[in-house]
Design a protein around this ligand. Structure first.
Ligand code: PLP
Length: 458
């Protein structure tokens, strides 16, 4: 639907700067530059207040899996808003959409996941994980198992627990994080850790997984509750680990009885070419955090799928679990999620990513990998990254102060493309409905932006 401008761009920007503190933003710098005002969207394209059409290669914020403007989701929300806009799920109460969604989630999840705990976001889902794994070990008579291991440069949200689990040091620097009982290991980023050490990817995958074992032994296996990780790191820069990594991680978790938590907030609901990223990488998690793609971002919803190992103990021995959110099982969010998952099935989007979009994107990215500015091109399903380097042969990086990623991102914005820069990695995660012709359109735009960036630095 066409947006009718009720104010000019400058008026929106002035009001925005006067009152709206944006997430992860230098408030003063933004006020000087002015925000981009996104006014409407359809399929994979956004429209801004200046009338520009922009190809959204980031699905909003990794979430609009079914694309923008799907009537099925709009209808589900409006129907539910009319019928029952809100009721809680505390005090022995439930609502039909929350129950139906729990059933459907159990169907699409990997085998062994029959129970869901709802939250309002991915961060809240991960807060729930922390409470739940510690409760599990209490109930198992091992209350000293409190420590959760995660990875540097992983992202698990912005609440106190979410940011602590995450490995973003700049986040820890604000607010006295991490909270106690959370410790980190290095990420499986071959370019950063494996290549300089002269290891091939396969060798490096095992070395990187070994860091988990070392950490478990350092902390003491009897104190380690869980290991949490994204199957493919998203916000860290779409870092696809070597194939040897996850099988070894699984072996280590099994050996020490450590719970494995797969944070599928980005990887879930088809992004990697399977319903869940753990199926792509071949891990067998005990808990799965989800959000974003569960509603294609049309409305906030997150949660934790609880596998049988943990669910059985919580249900049979746990008594009251002293945790929950006002919006746990919000009926409108659940109704939208139901419509969204049904649509993913109907449109066969997981198959589309697995059989068509993913392989085609991989081919196209391999060609972009030949660009003089690109040191490494990686994809997994419908996500991808291009690492920008100064010298392809040696792998030498650009000087940090050049902010090569931001330079390239500027050209993307200027050319009608949303691509994100994470350090020197230019990343994409387009809507899963993207056609192969749209991949061509996106890749042509990326190539143009790489050329423009190259012209700036040569
Ligand atoms: N986990 C992962 C892997 C994420 O990528 C994110 C957000 O990007 C989160 C958790 C936090 O989700 P939210 O922003 O919905 O709290």
């Amino acid at each position: 639907m066409e947006y009718v401008m009720t104010r000019t761009t400058a008026e929106w920007q002035a009001a925005d700067a006067a009152h709206f503190l944006h997430p992860f933003t230098d408030f003063q710098a933004l006020a000087k530059k002015g925000s981009r005002i996104i006014t409407s969207a359809e399929n994979i394209y956004l429209r801004d207040s200046e009338g520009h059409r922009i190809l959204d290669a980031m699905s909003g914020l990794w979430c609009v899996n079914v694309g923008y403007g799907r009537q099925e989701l709009i209808d589900a929300a409006t129907r539910q808003l009319r019928e029952l806009p809100f009721y809680n799920s505390f005090f022995q109460t439930t609502t039909p959409p929350a129950v139906e969604l729990a059933e459907l989630l159990a169907e699409v999840m990997p085998p062994g996941f029959q129970h869901v705990f709802y939250a309002g976001s991915g961060s809240e889902g991960n807060d729930t994980v922390v409470r739940m794994v510690r409760r599990y070990w209490d109930l198992q008579g091992q209350p000293e198992r409190q420590v959760i291991i995660s990875r540097w440069n992983g992202y698990h949200g912005s609440t106190m627990a979410g940011a602590s689990l995450g490995g973003m040091k700049y986040m820890h620097a604000q607010g006295g994080l991490p909270i106690p009982g959370i410790t980190h290991i290095e990420q499986p980023y071959w370019w950063l850790h494996g290549r300089p050490a002269g290891l091939c990817r396969a060798e490096f995958g095992k070395v990187a997984a070994g860091w988990l074992e070392q950490k478990i032994l350092e902390v003491g296996p009897e104190k380690v509750a869980a290991f949490i990780a994204e199957p493919i790191q998203g916000a860290g820069g779409v870092i696809v680990p070597p194939e040897t990594y996850w099988p070894e991680i699984q072996r280590i978790c099994d050996q020490y009885g450590v719970l494995l938590v797969s944070d599928e907030v980005i990887c879930g609901f088809g992004r990697t070419g399977h319903w869940f990223g753990c199926q792509t990488v071949g891990s067998r998690p005990d808990l799965i955090t989800f959000a974003k793609g569960v509603t294609s971002g049309y409305i906030p919803l997150g949660g934790v799928m609880v596998g049988e190992r943990v669910a059985k103990v919580l249900i049979e021995q746990g008594g009251e679990f002293e945790h929950g959110y006002t919006y746990s099982g919000h009926p409108v969010a659940c109704a939208v999620a139901l419509a969204n998952i049904r649509l993913i099935r109907e449109l066969k989007l997981v198959e589309h990513v697995h059989d068509e979009l993913g392989p085609y994107l991989a081919e196209q990215f391999a060609q972009l990998g030949e660009h003089p500015l690109v040191g490494e091109a990686q994809t997994c399903g419908a996500m991808g990254a291009l690492l920008l380097v100064k010298d392809r042969a040696s792998g030498e990086a650009f000087p940090g102060e050049l902010e090569i990623g931001m330079l390239c991102r500027g050209h993307c914005f200027g050319n009608g493309l949303i691509m994100r820069a994470v350090g020197d990695r230019m990343i994409i995660a387009p809507p899963l409905v993207m056609t192969l012709a749209q991949v061509d359109e996106m890749v042509a735009l990326i190539r143009r932006c790489l050329d423009l960036t190259l012209a700036d630095v040569r």
